[in-house]
Write a new protein. Structure first.
Length: 396
């Protein structure tokens, strides 16, 4: 399961209403009564009489609940509610697999009536369309050879039924991702949303009542070489589709939705493809061009970043020695043989000493902590000791 990022202030299942900062308005002088009505928004839907209505009084540590039942006309009331600025208040109804709720602000005194509309459920996502899909390629890292992507999907349920996910993995909201995607982060305005990443995308286990809802997500995916095909399926189509790449990050070549145009967005240059009425299930393909290709330094950095530091230090020393050897061969070819060093380990020992000095300087500058400094230094000093022992051992 993927954790939800905090940008849209999601409401979790265990605590729908998170504590908020105390309001500036003066606290009410006495208890208030919270009233409201539950109505079924589906034509011909079931009666609401007897539905459980919950008043939430939550803190970061504790969840408080008071329950009542909706009357024959859907009305409900909670009497003698005393305002506490350290609590967050809300009212909710859980109906046939979907949660409906509203936040309450009691800081100014008696609140107005709370209207909660519930809907009959439907399992099929055919009632869902994507009004807008926006894809932004916002960065290319040549060292790791990955592209960072931000996407926004604005989903619309235009029916009078609430889409409620079923128990099977294929019965949840689904979004495709490019092959090899990683570091997925998801924000959504949907209530009680659990995120599940699967082989070719991710699913959102949340109900979708009638109306408009947004899902925002970011991820990284790998590329190879200066050209890369971006491809993924638009399960819900797109009334409006926009594919955006900042100039200097990459170019746009062939695509399944038209040609790219140069456009200034916020005074910055971009390449943009825009299309409308993209059908459900369309396989979006866009060829990204002019991607940055990693140099030698990027490849070395990428290799070292995938190793444990205990292994990376000897490898780094080996790189230094190899570079020194290559330089020596080049120098010999140009100038003739150079005097041999006193020891075959001289260059590596010097490199180890230099790395220890650099590590000590990094610690003094606050770049790493004491424990990390001790661990890395012990690796280097042990390596240096082995090199020195090899010099004094005739059999070495």
């Amino acid at each position: 399961m993927i954790r939800l990022a905090p940008a849209l202030a999601l409401m979790a299942a265990a605590a729908i209403w998170a504590p908020h900062a105390p309001a500036l308005a003066q606290s009410p002088s006495g208890p208030v009564t919270i009233t409201g009505t539950v109505a079924n928004g589906t034509d011909g839907g079931d009666p609401v009489e007897g539905l459980s209505v919950v008043l939430h009084r939550n803190t970061a540590e504790e969840l408080g609940e008071t329950r009542t039942e909706a009357g024959a006309d859907g009305s409900f009331a909670f009497d003698a509610v005393t305002y506490d600025p350290d609590l967050a208040y809300g009212v909710s109804v859980f109906y046939k697999g979907a949660l409906y709720g509203a936040n309450l602000d009691l800081s100014a005194g008696q609140p107005g009536p709370v209207d909660l509309t519930i809907y009959e459920p439907i399992r099929s996502d055919e009632v869902i369309t994507a009004e807008l899909v926006s894809v932004l390629i916002n960065g290319a890292d040549p060292a790791s050879q990955t592209l960072s992507v931000l996407e926004i999907a604005r989903l619309v349920n235009g029916s009078d039924l609430a889409y409620v996910p079923g128990p099977e993995p294929m019965q949840i909201l689904r979004f495709a991702l490019p092959e090899g995607a990683s570091e997925l982060r998801v924000d959504t305005s949907l209530l009680v949303a659990d995120i599940f990443q699967v082989d070719r995308g991710f699913g959102v286990s949340a109900s979708l009542p009638p109306g408009t809802h947004e899902v925002l997500y970011s991820y990284r995916f790998p590329y190879s070489g200066a050209e890369q095909l971006f491809t993924r399926t638009l399960r819900y189509g797109a009334g409006s589709l926009r594919f955006v790449v900042p100039s200097g990050v990459a170019g746009i070549g062939r695509s399944s939705i038209g040609r790219a145009q140069a456009m200034d967005i916020g005074e910055a240059p971009f390449e943009v493809i825009e299309a409308g009425d993209v059908p459900r299930g369309h396989v979006l393909t866009v060829t990204l061009t002019d991607l940055p290709v990693p140099g030698l330094g990027d490849r070395v950095s990428r290799t070292l970043s995938t190793l444990r530091w205990e292994l990376a230090a000897p490898v780094a020393l080996g790189v230094v020695v190899a570079a020194a050897a290559a330089y020596a061969l080049w120098r010999n070819r140009r100038r003739g043989p150079a005097p041999a060093p006193a020891s075959g380990h001289f260059d590596e020992r010097e490199a180890a000493l230099a790395m220890i000095a650099e590590l000590d300087e990094l610690r003094r500058a606050g770049g790493i902590g004491d424990e990390e400094h001790r661990r890395r230094r012990s690796v280097l000093t042990a390596r240096l000791a082995r090199l020195r022992a090899g010099e004094t051992d005739p059999g070495g």
